[in-house]
Write a protein that binds this ligand. Structure first.
Ligand code: SF4
Length: 216
């Protein structure tokens, strides 16, 4: 079997308070099954611009911050693109990395069920970008299948429990409304999450989507 490789775009070191507990290195990878209208990473996501790395090679690149990770309970966060497109790589990474590096995945869950199961076995924490719980809004904004995301979110909740998940619930200009955002939050509460696991915020759209931001 060939060794899985991760399409590495960039590393962003010494982050605090955005990608999980402690000092974190954000690992950006190429590839995403969705086409979100306001995606800030579109130009970065093409696989051609990425550098394929093995798990051992990536661990070596990250080791420079080992002391920070251990001292703060931090580690790494695999961010977008879609981290779970690379689920077999994540298993190899978990095996190659020091056991006390915390592994966080940012994911839209727009992936096959099997990838969610593999991710659940090999990561400590999940930041799930649900977009909107209304499948018609989800379809319009992402081009993807909201029913798949919801089924995978229910599965992840069963597999790891709500304390290891944070769900991002955005107000998306031109696609949902404050009422729609509140309806998504209610749907997530009904699913079994509590308010403290939900992160409600707004996309702030600039003319050039790559400069768009978020506000809370
Ligand atoms: S899921 Fe994230 S990376 Fe993928 S298209 Fe949407 S915003 Fe971009």
């Amino acid at each position: 079997m060939t060794e899985p490789r991760y399409p590495l775009l960039s590393l962003s070191r010494l982050r605090m308070g955005t990608d999980g507990a402690g000092v974190t290195t954000l690992i950006a990878g190429a590839g995403c099954p969705l086409s979100c209208r306001w995606c800030i990473n579109k130009q970065l996501l093409r696989e051609g611009r990425a550098t394929p790395v093995t798990a051992a090679e990536l661990v070596e690149k990250l080791r420079i911050d080992d002391l920070y990770f251990r001292a703060t309970g931090g580690g790494v966060c695999f961010g977008g693109g879609e981290s779970l497109l690379h689920a077999p790589f994540l298993r190899a990474f978990r095996a190659a990395a020091p056991a006390d590096w915390r592994v966080t995945l940012e994911t839209s869950l727009a992936v096959p069920e099997e990838s969610v199961r593999l991710g659940a076995e090999n990561a400590d924490f999940f930041i799930v970008d649900c977009k909107d719980m209304d499948p018609s809004v989800y379809r319009r904004y992402t081009g993807g299948d909201g029913a798949l995301m919801e089924a995978n979110l229910r599965l992840l909740l069963r597999l790891v429990g709500r304390s290891r998940i944070r769900v991002r619930v955005p107000l998306i200009p031109g696609f949902n409304s404050p009422e729609g955002q509140a309806a998504s939050a209610r749907a997530l509460l009904a699913m079994g999450f509590s308010q403290q696991e939900l992160d409600l915020f707004s996309y702030v759209i600039r003319e050039d989507p790559s400069h768009s931001t978020e506000s809370r």
